[in-house]
Ligand binder design. Sequence first.
Ligand SMILES: NC(=O)C1=CN([C@@H]2O[C@H](COP(=O)(O)OP(=O)(O)OC[C@H]3O[C@@H](n4cnc5c(N)ncnc54)[C@H](O)[C@@H]3O)[C@@H](O)[C@H]2O)C=CC1
Ligand SMILES: C[C@H](CCCC(C)(C)O)[C@H]1CC[C@H]2[C@@H]3[C@H](O)CC4=CC(=O)CC[C@]4(C)[C@H]3CC[C@]12C
Length: 369
Amino acid sequence: MADSAETRKLVYLVTGGCGFLGEHVVRMLLQREPRLYELRVFDLHLGPWLEELKTGPVQVTAIQGDVTQAHEVAAAVAGAHVVIHTAGLVDVFGRASPETIYEVNVQGTKNVIEACVQTGTRFLVYTSSMEVVGPNIKGHPFYRGNEDTPYEAIHRHPYPCSKAQAERLVLEANGRKVHGGLSLVTCALRPTGIYGEGHQIMRDFYHQGLRLGGRLFRAIPASVEHSRVYVGNVAWMHVLVAQELEQRAALMGGQVYFCYDESPYKSYEDFNMEFLGPCGLRLVDTRLLVPYWLLMLLATLNALLQWLLRPLLLYAPLLNPYTLAVANTTFTVSTNKAQRHFGYKPLFSWEDSRTRTIRWVQAVEGSAP
Ligand SMILES: NC(=O)C1=CN([C@@H]2O[C@H](COP(=O)(O)OP(=O)(O)OC[C@H]3O[C@@H](n4cnc5c(N)ncnc54)[C@H](O)[C@@H]3O)[C@@H](O)[C@H]2O)C=CC1
Ligand SMILES: C[C@H](CCCC(C)(C)O)[C@H]1CC[C@H]2[C@@H]3[C@H](O)CC4=CC(=O)CC[C@]4(C)[C@H]3CC[C@]12C
């Protein structure tokens, strides 16, 4: 029944569909959206894994394109029922210029919205970020907060600033008339730090640990807690929102939802050890040797070196004043808004998420850094 031609009618577009999250969204849609007729995967860099998806019952269309190019976006959006916009430049290390980050994250999102309006696409799901809220530049903790918790959201770094601007544009576009006269329905999902199969920073920490003889050095006190969320659950929440947006437009349109699951609250480093520990790494407590002021000094030195070396080479280490501030500030969410509004429940338990991630790190073991 689910595979009959009559039930397969919907065309979805996933921007950034070859990224860490995007790939999981694409695979989840193929598994969990029986009404799918065509799935368009739009990305600057297409992955070879897309080929294996082309043999199934759903037409998978790979589109190499750039969200900053309005005409490329409009061509990809035309005829789609739903757009899931995950494409973005995730850079908190100073690899890209602030201008490029704005161009991709803000102008790219504007292009997606305008393409929906011009071509008559009614449903837009945007991948925002917890960074839209915080941690703020004052390092205020956000403890077990929800979507309505008051918090002074002030940023200077281009990444959170660009995500905040883009999220605002998406929410303001809710209710705009699209081609054909119907209204656009939009909403934004705010994942906390995502982990799981394909997580580049986890891979980097793993290889760093191997280089250091199986050790990683604790820099952040264990008392600083972060919320983390498994990539499969983030993908599932995107799929569910996309499915429910039409029926529940009045409730969900223009809303934001944190992406959460049952992953435990822990410091960034302790949480990573849930996966890296079983793969043979150890977290060595050097915090007494490396006090916070010294870390801050090193982070500032890194930023200075980055600036000095820029004309010659790209120096972009993990430690800089921004990443240190984020890692060192408690940011935990506790909410059931997604459950109340569209019946979200995590698809993967914490045990499943942990096991899947450990298996992936173990498979990464032999691969080059
Ligand atoms: N990784 C994380 O912990 C979190 C990520 N997010 C958001 O989730 C989304 C996906 O992030 P990740 O999967 O982690 O990053 P990613 O870098 O793995 O994926 C982003 C994808 O967008 C594509 N892309 C970049 N510029 C593009 C352009 N100009 N045109 C077309 N495609 C372009 C990239 O090629 C990549 O495949 C982003 O919007 C990010 O802001 C939100 C919260 C946490
Ligand atoms: C790289 C940081 C950890 C290294 C700190 C050091 C060098 C002292 O050990 C990461 C700590 C927190 C991460 C960010 C957080 O999970 C929230 C994010 C949300 C996003 O939308 C994008 C990614 C990120 C900014 C994430 C990036 C890495 C950290 C700063």
